[in-house]
Design a protein around this ligand. Structure first.
Ligand SMILES: *[C@@H]1O[C@H](CO)[C@@H](O)[C@H](O)[C@H]1NC(C)=O
Length: 305
């Protein structure tokens, strides 16, 4: 009988650990709106997994919202701007609209151009993979900052600058007042296979950065600027939570009247320190990490009584 105790302990430990990982050990996402206007985040979960709910919500200026991701969740976040109910009562957005006609996107993705934050939690080797992508264009500055995780490149990423003013005119999306509200990718603007990394250009060897993707890369060195930009744009963490900030504090904003004098290639200050990123990197790990160890001790004590 005494010989059984260690195996029973191990069994209980294994069961409790898997239960805990399935139920609470998944990441939390904290969305924070530091923009001057309301942002309506949209969420699209990858096919075939438990979706992250809600799939769209309003985030007032200065407001934050916490969502708990299902285990092994994957999908994307983006910010919708200039949203309102149209004359027929359909909810539509000036940028990042998902076409659902409602606040929630309910399985629909962002209409480009939109800055995307992409995640695969608990992927290869148990690591979370994440990136901020300008492959579908740009509409808002975004920062993704992990906290409490570990890994050799478990650090912040994003596109922290406002590219709407500095966007080249061929790519610029303007509102009725002539203000830049988004910046298209060259693929979307011109449709060339060379820019879209499709057809004969559909491999990492044949699809190279263009002057347009390089403009994005210079402004936002950590963000994806074209489809095969993986090496410098994919980040990984184990056991992290994530803060997703729209218009992080270092954002430089340019008025449309200043745009004319602004060079097509925005300057990026590489010495910048991002407030949000810094504070996230130094915070403590998730308390849930310790639960399996606590349960193990309890089980051991009970077994040996
Ligand atoms: C981060 O690590 C992953 C996995 O090792 C690697 O593929 C990726 O290129 C790294 N990213 C950066 C930005 O160094």
């Amino acid at each position: 009988m005494a010989k059984l105790f260690p195996s029973i302990c191990l069994l209980i430990l294994a069961i409790s650990q898997s239960l805990i990982q399935g139920v609470i050990s998944s990441a939390t996402f904290t969305f924070l709106n530091k923009c001057e206007q309301t942002v309506w985040p949209g969420i699209l979960s990858n096919a075939g997994i438990a979706p992250l709910q809600p799939t769209g919500f309003a985030l007032q200026k200065g407001e934050s919202k916490v969502l708990h991701a299902p285990a092994s969740w994957g999908g994307r976040f983006w910010g919708r701007t200039h949203c309102s109910d149209d004359s027929e009562g359909k909810f539509t957005c000036g940028t990042g609209d998902c076409g659902s006609g409602k606040l929630e996107c309910a399985g629909a993705g962002a209409t480009p151009p939109a800055t995307l934050a992409e995640f695969t939690l608990d992927g290869d080797g148990g690591m979370d993979f994440f990136d901020v992508s300008l492959v579908d264009g740009y509409n808002l500055p975004m920062l993704v900052a992990p906290s409490g995780g570990s890994g050799h490149n478990c650090t912040y990423t994003g596109c922290m600058v406002d590219l709407n003013g500095a966007c080249p005119s061929a790519l610029k999306v303007m509102n009725a007042d002539g203000d830049g509200v988004a910046c298209k990718s060259a693929c979307k603007a011109f449709g060339d296979q060379e820019y879209c990394c499709s057809g004969a250009y559909g491999t990492p060897d044949t699809c190279k950065p263009s002057s347009y993707s390089q403009m994005f890369k210079t402004a936002c060195p950590r963000a994806y600027s074209y489809a095969y930009d993986d090496r410098t744009s994919t980040f990984t963490c184990t056991g992290a939570d994530y803060k997703v900030t729209f218009c992080p504090p270092s954002t430089t904003s340019k008025k449309s009247t200043e745009e004319q004098q602004t060079p097509a290639t925005p300057q990026f200050n590489t010495g910048m320190v991002y407030e949000g990123a810094d504070e996230m990197e130094n915070s403590a790990p998730r308390p849930y990490t310790y639960i399996p160890a606590v349960i193990m001790v309890v089980v051991m004590v009970v077994a040996f009584l």
